[in-house]
Design a protein around this ligand. Structure first.
Ligand SMILES: [Fe+2]
Ligand SMILES: [Fe+2]
Length: 346
């Protein structure tokens, strides 16, 4: 099993190797010291001073790059209370203190991963592949490289085939179990949008058009600071102002790509617009909001509501649908009605 060992202290790397090798393959990474090696397997082990804000920011970046790894083990010496709290806020799946605990925990993870491997390989290769495509798109953008549209198309096709073969519910449950943050949101929105399009009888090219728009709808978040994206709690007004830039950033990132479709750009720029003109960034009103955007907005809000976040309880699909129904005037009533089956049953 791979152990991605992330630390802020160079001397901890040989110590970790001495403790874990040869049973595990240790891939060390010094915080602030270069690129993260992409991977979606093994376990992430973080041993750094979580009292330092700069370290926390660096860890968030690494976590984003390695968001496909579900197990995140944080080493907190003497179980210092506020460091444990910070580790959990960062998405730790386990917090350990002493070497013996580390070894024991890794053994447990290894056994559980082996047991899950067979089942996962059968039920959700699409999740692994599409999450990897999201990771690759986001990291390319962050390092100033152009977006590869075929990544988005591949991710969308994987999601469509998964939802066509299994139920939408299976997709939603699996994504919420294995992924976090922005990737989880994008995987959920695309799943919900695709499920919605299929449920109301769209032809397959139209399912794909909506699916790609959903896949890319929040791509502008690649340029929003992680501290805002993953803030555990409500954003303050200045953070909210920055967050609200993501539709325009996404539009700017995509608009010059040869062959990009105008409706895809429309979806990326306008998925936060409301029929009554109260949305952003352009304050559009009903006649200016396309059908694709209306569908995408419903999928986006529903997916955001049912997301699994470490710092708040998950909202049930029933309650999320009730909230959508309460947004009369902002969302198209007939579409919200048509969405009922997707929200509650599919
Ligand atoms: Fe958005
Ligand atoms: Fe979104």
């Amino acid at each position: 099993m791979l152990v991605h060992f992330v630390t802020d202290e160079p001397t901890k790397i040989p110590a970790a190797r001495a403790m874990l090798e040869p049973r595990y393959h240790v891939v060390p990474q010094l915080l602030g010291g270069g690129d993260t090696q992409n991977s979606s397997s093994g376990v992430l082990m973080v041993d750094a001073d979580l009292r330092k804000e700069v370290r926390v920011e660096q860890i968030k970046l690494v976590l984003l790059e390695l968001s496909c790894i579900p197990e995140k083990l944080f080493v907190v010496q003497n179980h210092l209370h506020h460091m444990v709290a910070q580790a959990l806020a960062l998405g730790a799946t386990a917090v350990v203190s002493r070497p013996r605990e580390i070894v024991l925990k890794l053994e447990q993870i290894e056994v559980a991963q082996k047991a899950a491997q067979t089942e996962l390989a059968v039920t959700s290769p699409e999740i692994t592949d599409s999450a990897a495509a999201f990771a690759s798109m986001f990291s390319a953008i962050r390092s100033g490289k152009p977006i590869n549209l075929s990544d988005a198309e591949n991710a969308t096709s994987q999601i469509i085939s998964s939802i066509a073969q299994n139920r939408l519910s299976t997709w939603l449950d699996d994504v919420r179990r294995y992924h976090e943050g922005t990737f989880q949101h994008c995987l959920l929105v695309t799943g919900v949008a695709v499920g919605f399009a299929m449920d109301i009888g769209f032809a397959s090219p139209d399912v794909k058009r909506l699916g790609i728009a959903a896949t890319l709808h929040d791509i502008g978040k690649a340029h929003i600071p992680i501290s805002i994206l993953d803030k555990p709690g409500a954003l303050d007004p200045s953070e909210e102002e920055i967050m609200r830039r993501h539709p325009v950033i996404g539009y700017e990132l995509l608009k010059d790509i040869p062959g990009i479709s105008p409706e895809l750009l429309d979806g990326v720029r306008h998925h936060h617009e409301y029929l009554d003109g109260s949305g952003y960034p352009d304050g559009l009103t009903a006649p200016e909001i396309s059908d694709l955007v209306r569908l995408l907005t419903i999928a986006d809000i529903f997916a955001a509501l049912i997301e699994s976040r470490p710092y708040r309880p998950t909202i049930s699909r029933q309650n999320a649908y009730k909230i959508l129904c309460g947004m009369d005037g902002k969302l198209e009533r007939s579409l919200v009605k048509a969405f009922r089956n997707v929200a509650l049953v599919a």
